[in-house]
Write a protein that binds this ligand. Structure first.
Ligand SMILES: C[S@@+](CC[C@H](N)C(=O)[O-])C[C@H]1O[C@@H](n2cnc3c(N)ncnc32)[C@H](O)[C@@H]1O
Length: 227
């Protein structure tokens, strides 16, 4: 049985993004059984893609047993896929150093706040303007905070998203209404401003998120917006 993989809705988002963007070089953090990788490779192979760079330190451990690599081979995409058996925090700075440029990235590796932010930090340095970075598991508080930081502090906008279904949505809606009433009552200098709150509200119910890079980093050295 397969575990730890994206669902069909997320696979469709990856494919429609790639079909529109037509990235030459793409990058993916985390391989596992390679389900998202197969969605990406299928769309890239149909759209003139040259290479997907992937990395995962545990692909050949007793749990994954090389199943991602084996699935890519069986599907006939090995010529499009460049695999590195190491962590993203080891590989990504090396790729930046080598001057790699990418148009598309998918982050689905180690899910702590700091790891996901470091993944984004290096990917952003390689991502061309108008390029797209996709996050899985935006419902996790750790990944959500990374996405909230990017939306409020960096020049990125929401390109596409997959949201929870209606049932979950109703509960989330109640929580959101309560938060909207309470937040202005206990405002501090750290409360996100109105513009940020509007951006953050767009993440409600999102669990899979594609962010488009509008511009390269032009912030002052001490820039910070509360989020
Ligand atoms: C949720 S799974 C990825 C699932 C995959 N996207 C799919 O849909 O089939 C997360 C993967 O990230 C890998 N991983 C964990 N820490 C990592 C790191 N620091 N760098 C890269 N990959 C990592 C794990 O070994 C695991 O295979």
């Amino acid at each position: 049985m397969l575990d730890s993989h994206i669902d069909d809705l997320c696979g469709s988002l990856l494919q429609r993004t790639i079909r529109k963007l037509r990235p030459a070089i793409a990058l993916e953090v985390g391989l596992a059984h390679g389900i998202s990788t197969l969605y990406i490779l299928e769309a890239m192979s149909e759209n003139g893609g040259q290479k997907l760079v992937g990395m995962d330190p545990a692909q050949f451990d007793e749990h994954w047993q090389g199943s991602g690599i084996s699935n890519i081979r069986k599907a006939g995409y090995d010529a499009l896929y460049e695999f590195h058996e190491c962590t993203s925090q080891q590989l990504l700075p090396q790729l930046v150093q080598k001057g790699l440029r990418i148009d598309f990235a998918f982050i689905d590796g180690w899910h702590t706040f700091d790891h996901a932010l470091v993944d984004f930090f290096y990917i952003d340095q390689m991502l061309n303007d108008s390029g797209i970075v996709v996050f899985d598991d935006v419902g996790y508080p750790s990944i959500r905070r990374v996405c909230e930081f990017i939306l409020t502090n960096r020049d990125y906008e929401i390109h596409d998203a997959v949201r929870y279904d209606e049932d979950v949505s109703a509960i989330m809606q109640v929580k959101r209404n309560i938060k909207n009433i309470i937040l202005p009552l206990c405002k501090t200098d750290k409360t996100p401003n109105r513009k940020s709150r509007k951006k953050l509200s767009m993440l409600t119910n999102v669990y899979f998120l594609a962010l488009k890079k509008i511009n390269k980093d032009q912030r002052r050295w001490d820039h910070f917006i509360h989020f």
